[in-house]
Design a protein around this ligand. Structure first.
Ligand code: XIL
Length: 316
């Protein structure tokens, strides 16, 4: 069957990609599949470019782990997505508990995004500069950044990222913005306001951590409303989980669901690529996060392709 990046490119997309993580790179069978650029034309570090990994204490930057992923992408001839600059999770306590005033936190964000994005300058296709800014009802998440700076933290981060790597596409990335609804409308309004204020913004990342049998029927229409803003869209963290155990019926529905998601991206010209949140159930984040759920990815835990794989090919 057709390799997935080959299928994506034949459909006019820039890439089909996968997240990966440093501990997995000691598994040769895993790395062999990951490194095939006809299968994956793009990779994303699942953890090693996050704030806790890159600036664990103020002003002390560590890039060893992130560099390992960047070097792998380079060696394999794959595009790289940077993930992420500003997020409420995996944030060191010196940031969350520092009680910084607005001016100080602004400068901390500028230094963090500027240094991390600058370190990878020239190596990154796109950056998730801001991750998960919204609550599900479309209000801004009340994290340390918003509580201190209001929504200005978003433009501060984007401006610093643009200055540090003018060639990287700058994204805002979130979940539960696959279908239309309050949270997607909030994203539309945010992007409109950033564009009106001449703040650099190039893309909307749609995470797409979905549930078997529950792909939103408004997915394609929603991707269209995003691209109508004059930004590109990418599906950045696709997985489609089920309540375990996996049955033939669930795996068959999952195949359809993967096909539906891929076909929606294919149909929207501004949807430029799809990334799955790792490729094998062996290393999925799902079982440890959603109790009793799993089997969310197109390869099983033994690195064998599941029906979902053929669903992806069919969707392209
Ligand atoms: C997850 C990683 O996959 C896990 O290894 C980690 O323990 C927690 O974070 N949305 C995101 C990703 O933007 O960064 C998250 O990644 C999954 C949800």
């Amino acid at each position: 069957t057709t390799p997935l990046n080959t299928a994506a490119k034949a459909a006019g997309k820039k890439y089909f990609g996968s997240a990966t993580d440093n501990p997995e790179l000691s598994d040769p069978a895993y790395v062999k599949i990951l490194s095939d650029s006809t299968m994956f034309g793009q990779i994303t570090p699942g953890n090693s470019m996050k704030w806790d990994a890159t600036e664990p204490s103020r002003g002390t930057f560590t890039f060893t782990q992130g560099d390992q992923i960047a070097n792998l992408a380079k060696a394999n001839g794959q595009l790289l997505r940077g993930h992420n600059c500003v997020w409420h999770n995996q944030l060191p306590s010196w940031v969350t508990s520092g009680n910084f005033n607005a001016a100080t936190l602004s400068s901390i964000i500028t230094t963090h995004c500027g240094t991390v994005v600058g370190h990878y300058k020239g190596q990154i296709y796109s950056w998730d500069v801001v991750n998960e800014p919204f609550n599900d009802d479309g209000t801004f998440r009340q994290d340390v950044f918003y509580n201190t700076l209001g929504q200005d933290y978003i433009s501060i981060a984007l401006t610093a990222a643009r200055a540090a790597d003018p060639d990287a596409k700058l994204y805002i990335n979130d979940y539960n913005i696959e279908g239309t609804g309050a949270k997607s409308t909030a994203m539309v309004n945010l992007v409109k306001s950033l564009k009106a204020a001449n703040v650099p913004i190039d893309g909307i990342g749609v995470q797409a951590h979905l549930i078997v049998g529950q792909v939103p029927s408004t997915l394609e229409a929603n991707l269209r409303q995003f691209t109508a803003l004059g930004v590109e869209v990418a599906i950045t963290e696709l997985d489609i989980r089920m309540t375990l155990p996996a049955t033939d019926a669930l795996l068959a529905q999952q195949k359809k669901d993967y096909q539906t998601v891929i076909a929606a991206c294919k149909a929207v010209s501004g949807c430029i690529g799809v990334t799955i949140w790792d490729y094998t159930d062996k290393y999925s984040w799902v079982p440890s996060t959603f109790s009793g759920q799993g089997a969310a990815l197109p390869w099983d835990a033994n690195l064998n392709k599941k029906p979902a794989y053929d669903g992806i090919v069919a969707g392209f």
